[in-house]
Design a protein around this ligand. Structure first.
Ligand code: URA
Length: 435
């Protein structure tokens, strides 16, 4: 089928065959389809959507545009987790070693932070020496020997997604469920996994602002992933306040170590357990959530999760002593308190406001090429529902000094609202979508 005919068919909601769409995507990956036709196709999908069958065909063609990692030499079911991104979301750091310590291999290819959301790779790189650019051969070796490895996307993993994502970014076609589904799943399926647990965030700090949209995305990901032969589970989770008590790279590593020690904040600990339980069930080492949570709890109490974290840090060239001496992580000289202007209850902490403030302080990137400062960020003393006295610190900002700080302190103060009583918060785990 000619490219122009395929674009017209999608534009006019007429039937095309999965094989025709796959050939078109292969043409984009090879550079045979020009950007103007790829862009027209993306806009047609944006307005008219794609059936699950066609989304699956597109996903597999994108996956197969590069290398697909073969993990069949690793015994057991390989399970990864993917989050659609939020503020203070450091869950991959404690989760991957904890799940690996329970006997489920975790091959994890993660991303960097952009805009108000952070990225796992930036957090890991705040550990002195830690490298996320290992070869795929070493990646497979570490999954074989340690049961986990955490790297960044290489140029040969789903290159069609890289091309299409760059076009979506400049043609305003990012917010499309079939396009997001194929983008996320093509990269994850290239890891050679057997099962995937998704954390689809909903709220002001998330990509999906409403439960309706988050549910539609989660259902699409689960349906298409299942069609592609992967066991899928999606948790829809709250992103209407920052997750945990830290925003910023090395600060989030510190919190991750606390979670692994069993002393983490309630919400990050609970989300680690909830996602970990699904991973153990899909990985075939626990029959239900009760058994899975018991295993995860044992791995926390015995120190097995922490030992796995030390081992993977060392294997990826980082300094494993940071686990016992977090003071070795990058830190700032300056810390300023955000003080409560009145007594009351914290009724709201806007994750978008705090996430963008942390980004401007240097913890994140406004543009993909920006450099990140691993030491700066925000530590929350109070969360929604906590009582504050007038003049009490609600948060501390870790910064480098300079003129920006006064404005950011005001911004963060405005993002933390004090009132008479907090409205009932959405539960942390809003829903679970199964295949
Ligand atoms: N993350 C991705 O990898 N792709 C998207 O399209 C959106 C979020």
């Amino acid at each position: 089928m000619r490219s122009a005919d395929l674009i017209r068919a999608v534009r006019d909601k007429q039937a095309i065959l999965p094989a025709e769409l796959a050939a078109f995507v292969q043409g984009i990956a090879r550079g045979d389809v020009p950007d103007y036709q790829a862009s027209a196709f993306l806009m047609a999908v944006f307005f008219n959507g794609l059936s699950d069958e066609l989304t699956a065909a597109m996903t597999l063609a994108m996956r197969d545009s590069g290398r697909v990692i073969d993990l069949t030499s690793v015994p057991g079911l390989k399970v990864d987790k993917h989050s659609t991104g939020g503020v203070g979301d450091k869950i991959s750091l404690p989760l991957a070693p904890l799940v690996a310590a329970c006997g489920v291999p975790v091959p994890m290819v993660s991303g960097r932070g952009l805009g108000h959301t952070g990225g796992t790779l930036d957090k890991l790189e705040s550990i002195p020496g830690f490298r996320v650019d290992l070869s795929l051969t070493r990646f497979v070796e570490l999954v074989q020997t340690l049961g986990l490895c955490l790297i960044g996307q290489t140029a040969d993993l789903a290159p069609a997604d890289k091309k299409l994502y760059a076009l979506r970014d400049v043609t305003s076609t990012v917010e499309s469920i079939p396009l997001i589904t194929s983008s996320i799943l093509s990269k994850k399926l290239a890891e050679g996994i057997d099962a995937l647990v998704l954390d689809v965030k909903v709220g002001r700090g998330a990509f999906m602002k409403t439960e309706e949209h988050a549910r539609a995305l989660a259902q699409s990901l689960v349906r298409v992933g299942t069609q592609a032969g992967v066991k899928m589970r999606a948790l829809i989770t709250d992103m209407d306040q920052p997750l945990g008590k830290t925003i910023g790279n090395s600060l989030e590593v510190r919190e991750s170590i606390e979670i692994l020690r069993g002393h983490g904040p309630e919400d990050t600990t609970e989300l680690t357990m909830a996602l970990g339980a699904e991973m153990l069930i899909l990985g075939g080492v626990a029959k239900d959530s009760i058994e899975a949570r018991a295993q995860l709890g044992n791995a926390m109490r015995s120190g097995a999760g922490l030992a796995k974290f030390r081992a993977i840090i060392e294997a990826q060239h980082g300094d494993p002593t940071v686990v016992d001496h977090p003071e070795k992580l990058p830190s700032t000289e300056h810390k300023s308190a955000v003080l409560a202007k009145m007594a009351g209850v914290i009724t709201d902490i806007d994750p978008y406001v705090l996430g963008t403030s942390a980004m401007r302080l240097g913890a994140g990137r406004a543009k993909a090429e920006d450099r990140v400062d691993h030491a700066v960020g925000i530590v929350l003393v109070k969360k929604v529902g906590d009582i504050v006295e007038r003049g009490e610190p609600m948060a501390y900002v870790h910064h480098r000094g300079g003129g920006i700080i006064e404005r950011e302190l005001k911004t963060i103060e405005a993002g933390m609202v004090i009132g008479a009583s907090a409205k009932a918060a959405r539960p942390l785990v809003v829903d679970v979508i199964s295949g």
